[in-house]
Design a protein around this ligand. Structure first.
Ligand code: GLV
Ligand code: MN
Ligand code: MN
Length: 403
């Protein structure tokens, strides 16, 4: 089997999560390292020059006239996943990029400019809690010391994970040499909503991404014995956390266009017969206007304080990461629209490395229809014909940009 469907079939069993269901492919885990090797092998098979940059991004290059690597058109996506996620979020963009190269070869397109495929590590923040870590390190939006000190659920730092993967943590950081080579970036991604189902189209062009922040709210009380502590004698942070989760939902509902989610909550020490001493609640807050996202978090904090106090608990809030709202480059979008006149234009609620790179260069996105409209879940899907239509659309766009 060839094409996107054949490529994805080759990695379907990598990182399957028997406990959660779906796929767990955390950055620099054995599963993601296997996918990175798979990508490098597939790119080499296509006579692309492969390299791993200072920040752990994978690159595969087709040189331009005279062997040039400057003024490159770049496409690609990520291979890591959320815990128990779907198989397409990330890998669809990488497999579509490899297939687009095959299609350009089959069409006999001889690029005058270089073409590269990039794979970004830790787009999801699923291991180290820092969304779009690789692209943010590349553009210098994330301080290397902060990134390297981030730990995973087992207390392993990014620095340790990089070292274990054969990378040198001391070289991590803004990479102007690599950035200066890229003229344009286009990321293809599975759609993570119902836009294309409702419009009955296979492929869309991205218009904008809403702002996206992650915060950690820590509720502290008194750890104690579940049997020996009377209900009237407790300072239980889990009870406060439960009320705060409801307040998060209610606060977001009061702001038009807002999304706020608590998808992860961790009691310490986490014993069935133990009143926790502390509960960490991770907040994912998004809004098309960055200032409003901040306001939502402020409102959540204002509501959370008395809820915690009424249980005799205290709270502290830490911002873990923020990616601002993005409008994709209008001139580039117009070029994509000329190549794909039937593709609708969609505003998207999910974050992407393309949104990070948009701060530094003209950037665009393509979306392939997802028949379930569900994502960050094993139920995420892509029909075979749509997968190939997406890759063909990407090839059309690259052909135009390589002119
Ligand atoms: C990444 O997919 C995100 O939007 O969280
Ligand atoms: Mn995702
Ligand atoms: Mn993604």
């Amino acid at each position: 089997m060839t094409g996107v469907v054949g490529l994805l079939a080759g990695i379907r069993d990598v990182g399957r999560d028997r406990r959660r269901g779906g796929w767990s492919r955390f950055a620099y885990s054995p599963a993601e390292l296997t996918l990175r090797e798979w990508f490098l092998a597939e790119a080499s098979r296509r006579s692309m020059d492969v390299e791993i940059d200072r920040n752990g991004l994978l690159w595969a290059w087709r040189r331009g006239i005279g062997g040039s690597l400057d003024d490159a058109v770049v496409t690609g996506s990520h291979l890591d996943s959320v815990p128990g996620g779907g198989q397409f979020d990330g890998p669809l963009g990488v497999a579509s990029a490899l297939t687009a190269v095959d299609l350009l070869d089959a069409r006999g397109v001889a690029p005058t400019r270089p073409l590269a495929i990039v794979v970004f590590p830790e787009e999801e923040g699923g291991r180290f809690g820092e969304a779009c870590l690789g692209s943010r390190l590349l553009i210098g939006d994330l301080h290397p010391d902060r990134a390297l000190a981030r730990t995973d659920a087992d207390g392993i730092t990014l620095a340790e994970a990089l070292t274990a993967a054969g990378l040198d943590p001391s070289r991590v950081g803004r990479d102007d040499k690599t950035l200066s080579r890229i003229s344009t970036f286009v990321e293809l991604h599975v759609e993570q909503g119902r836009g294309l189902i409702d419009l009955d189209r296979p492929v869309a062009i991205g218009s904008s991404i809403i702002g996206h922040g992650l915060w950690r709210l820590t509720v502290t009380g008194q750890g104690n014995h579940a049997g020996a502590t009377l209900m009237t004698d407790r300072r239980d942070p889990m009870v406060a956390a439960a009320a705060i989760v409801v307040a998060v939902r209610d606060t977001a509902r009061a702001f038009s266009g807002a999304r706020a989610t608590v998808g992860r909550i961790q009691p310490t020490p986490g014993g069935t017969n133990v009143i926790p001493s502390r509960v960490d609640i991770w907040l994912d807050v998004r809004h098309p206007i960055d200032a409003v996202a901040e306001q939502i978090v402020t409102s959540i904090l204002e509501r959370a304080r008395p809820l915690a106090a009424s249980e005799g608990c205290e709270i502290a809030l830490v911002k873990e990461s923020y990616g601002g709202a993005v409008d994709f480059d209008q001139a580039l979008r117009n070029r994509l629209a000329a190549v794909l006149p039937d593709a609708p234009h969609l505003d998207v609620g999910a974050g992407h490395d393309a949104g990070v790179l948009a701060e530094r260069m003209p950037t665009a996105m393509l979306f392939t229809r997802n028949p379930t409209g569900v994502s960050h879940s094993p139920e995420e899907g892509v029909e075979d014909a749509d997968a190939e239509a997406g890759a063909a659309a990407l090839a059309d766009v690259l052909e135009e940009l390589l002119r």
